[in-house]
Design a protein around this ligand. Sequence first.
Ligand SMILES: [Zn+2]
Length: 308
Amino acid sequence: MGQFNCLICFHEQHGPVYQVKEMMFGLAEAFPYVQCARCGTIQQLNPPADMAPYYPEGYYSLSGLSLSGLQVRWMKQFRFWLYQNTGFSLFKPIYGEWLKRLDAKRGDAIGDIGCGNGQLLYELYASGYRNLTGYDPFIDADLYPGTGLQIFKKSLFDIQGSFDVLMLHHAFEHMNSPDTAFAKVAALLNPSGRLLIRVPVSDGEAWTVFREDWVQLDAPRHYFIPSLAAMKILAQRHGLDLFHVDFDSTAFQFWGSRKYQQGQALYETKDRPQSAAKDTWQLERKARELNAVSKGDQAAFYFRKSQD
Ligand SMILES: [Zn+2]
């Protein structure tokens, strides 16, 4: 084995090698992953030079863009207004919490890096935001150029400009160099800019329990899975304050990993295994319990530029 360097803390020692199979599509090709002995980041040892084959046509249509009709759009706008102004959350949109913590205003320049089909940006547009830009290197082409919601076929390092708010929802771990990627993201923020990075984390109980079958390793698409400590290292190194962390794991960590344990591909069938469907409610509760003690398998990290 060649020289190992942790992608985040640059430490040279790692733990056991895990052979992790591509199981989203069930290709079953194995990729070695190790965990840094110092900061706990999990990383892939020899990632494929060409990742394109692992983002097959239809990768994003798996989550399909659902467009709002005028009425639905109006309702979303009202629902979001209600949540922002009263905290009323019976129909709390998932992004309400993110935007509130990010102090995202309607006119703010908001960027979603690794936005996929742009579903989230479309939701924000429907909620009245008008300065939205998305970037994703794996989409077919640019979308809606010249509007208040533009989506570009671009990778992080081709992005120019300055943003009030940047978000990476399960995109960061798809980048092969977290240190330079984090530096680039920090440089794209204006002096009062805020940043949200949602990623799987290696601190979760799921990694300890499921190991190479942990669904969020997502070999080989994930180059690395950071630990909480690793995210703190990156923030400090690149001049950002990590001001809040929310563990936001779901039942997916259990039913997805169980599928992999049973040798089933994630998208083999559209349905969850019969056994898992029955206890979804219990699994969601277990996920909430783990989140409460910082042991869920994913988290939302909120940063802002350091003022000193
Ligand atoms: Zn490390």
